[in-house]
Design a binder for this molecule. Structure first.
Ligand code: ADP
Length: 485
């Protein structure tokens, strides 16, 4: 797997969780899985093995002399190779700093892609399948096709799109940094609306393309949600499929979560109140059991609905808070604009607490402490937090899109596990949240039934990994031009 993120080493979002969990699950079922990623500044060298010889990678005209470090993923036998090249990777952020991408991202990630082909000879191991994740690894399928065209049979390629909104677009003049040639600069390849578009080129050339939920796979084949790649994706026909992400229930499980003083099961779900008190006192919210708590843990970006929630004179949060019927706790970081809006609101309303930052412990505590988990996303490829929420008996309030549709069962007379916002707009967000809160105040038995149902749902990686294996087999068949191609 070629990736820009993998827990525990580098995480900006769900991609990091998905890559490591999938690798481990495949490892458990007997596959030899290895991960290739950059060694960013925060990844300490002292716990890793350093290969004694330098590793050279050619990217077009440039030759990079790098070091390779090796580590293991958890207690699995998944080997992780880190490309160490300080000038490009030893920086604070993964993609950039202060909300904007590094200007040399094309160089940074092109090196990673070309390294995927050079490293086989260096370590003495060649994979059957190269599995790329997102635009930072999307050149891999292009290189693979070019090599095949020259008569070098190489590995099959699979590209997984974790979010089609991020495509890796760069000025055409930067092409030399990609190590690809001017011949690749056509509308059917790298060129897309006058820019280089790495994700597009990856989709076109990959033997198989996947995304992270079946519903999102359907949505991004339409102009409304395809971010201009809908036709390219439709063109893949059966070679493009949606596979729902799973959850690592070793990490997200209220029965053994080390961050919780009072662990709980569906039968003892009332113990959530203990976590609620902890959060209320840590975050400076009034300590009470008479109000439900709505939690959010998120990147603070447009996609996650923060414009609709928090922008002055327009957002849904003031109405929700002024109802006096609920408390809200938000943990997140991202666009400075939303950080500012949320901080301003938190000054004004005692029943809102906002923590700006990235904090794994607090993320777990908020999941456990909250009665509802709010995700008013404009679009959502899969979404992990609603899956964690279900396991913690925290009912998701989500927009009717993407992975939410595949994982949350709408409230009904028969039960359900969460609440759907019909449209990501402030009035719909406000009315759905207040309806859920109203049910908490007036029909608590219904909420408790939903909670228990939610806690029993399972979205394990076992099923997802089996689906990926069948995708790998189809990719291999396609690469050989055989059946399934
Ligand atoms: P996305 O990948 O689009 O950001 P997901 O819901 O798929 O959204 O995954 C987000 C992951 O990142 C979850 O594991 C979530 O708990 C975590 N996360 C996001 N923001 C924070 C934060 N500020 N602190 C801790 N964890 C966070």
């Amino acid at each position: 797997m070629i990736t820009s993120e993998a827990v525990p080493w580098a995480k900006a979002g769900g991609l990091a969780d998905a890559v490591s969990a999938l690798a481990q699950e495949l490892d458990h079922s007997g596959h030899d899985v290895r991960i290739l990623m950059p060694r960013y500044q925060g990844i300490r060298r002292d716990s890793l093995y350093r290969y004694p010889t330098p590793f050279t990678v050619r990217v077009g005209e440039e030759i990079y002399t790098t070091a390779v470090y090796e580590g293991r993923l958890g207690d699995s036998s998944v080997v992780v190779y880190f490309i160490d090249y300080e000038e490009l990777y030893a920086r604070e952020g993964i993609y950039g700093a202060g909300g904007s991408g590094y200007p040399d991202n094309l160089r940074r990630f092109s090196l990673l892609n070309h390294a995927a082909f050079a490293i086989g000879a260096f370590i003495g191991w060649e994979p059957d399948v190269l599995h790329s994740h997102d635009w930072p690894a999307a050149i891999v399928p292009v290189i693979a096709q070019r090599r095949r065209a020259m008569g070098a049979p190489g590995p099959a390629t699979v590209l997984t799109i974790h979010n089609v909104g991020y495509q890796g677009t760069f000025p055409v003049g930067d092409l030399p940094h990609s190590g690809l040639s001017w011949i690749d600069l056509s509308e059917s390849q790298l060129l897309h609306y006058d820019s280089l578009n790495l994700l597009k080129a990856g989709i076109v050339n990959a033997d198989m393309v996947t995304t992270v939920s079946p519903q999102y796979a359907n949505e991004i084949r339409t102009p409304r949600r395809g971010f201009s790649l809908d036709k390219v994706l439709s063109g893949k026909d059966e070679r493009f499929v949606g596979i729902l992400n799973g959850v690592d229930y070793e990490v997200w499980n209220p029965e053994k979560d080390p961050y919780l003083d009072a662990k709980y099961t569906p039968e003892t779900v009332a113990l959530k109140d203990r976590a609620k008190q902890t959060i209320q006192s840590e975050l400076g919210l009034p300590i009470t059991n008479d109000l439900p708590l709505i939690g959010m843990v998120s990147r603070l970006v447009d996609q996650k609905g923060f414009e609709e929630l928090s922008s002055p004179g327009f957002g849904a949060l003031p109405d929700i808070l002024e109802s006096g019927e609920t408390q809200v706790a938000i943990l997140g970081s991202g666009d400075e604009r939303y950080e500012y809006y949320l901080r301003t609101l938190a000054h004004r309303y005692r029943n809102l607490s906002v923590v700006i930052g990235f904090d794994d412990r607090l993320a777990h505590l908020i999941e456990a402490a909250s009665d509802f988990f709010l995700m008013p996303s404009r679009y959502e490829p899969c979404g992990l937090n609603q899956l964690y929420s279900l396991r913690y008996g925290t009912l998701p309030i989500v927009t009717r899109c993407g992975g939410f549709v595949d994982t949350v069962e709408p409230v009904s007379a028969r039960g359900g596990t969460g609440f759907f916002i019909d449209e990501a707009c402030p009035s719909a967000i406000g009315s759905t949240v207040l309806a859920a809160v109203g049910m908490w105040h007036r029909e608590r038995a219904r909420i408790d039934t939903m909670r228990r149902a939610a806690m029993k749902m399972r979205f394990g990686w076992e099923r997802a990994a089996a689906e990926y294996v069948s995708v790998y087999e189809r990719a291999l068949a396609a690469a050989r031009g055989g059946p399934g191609a």
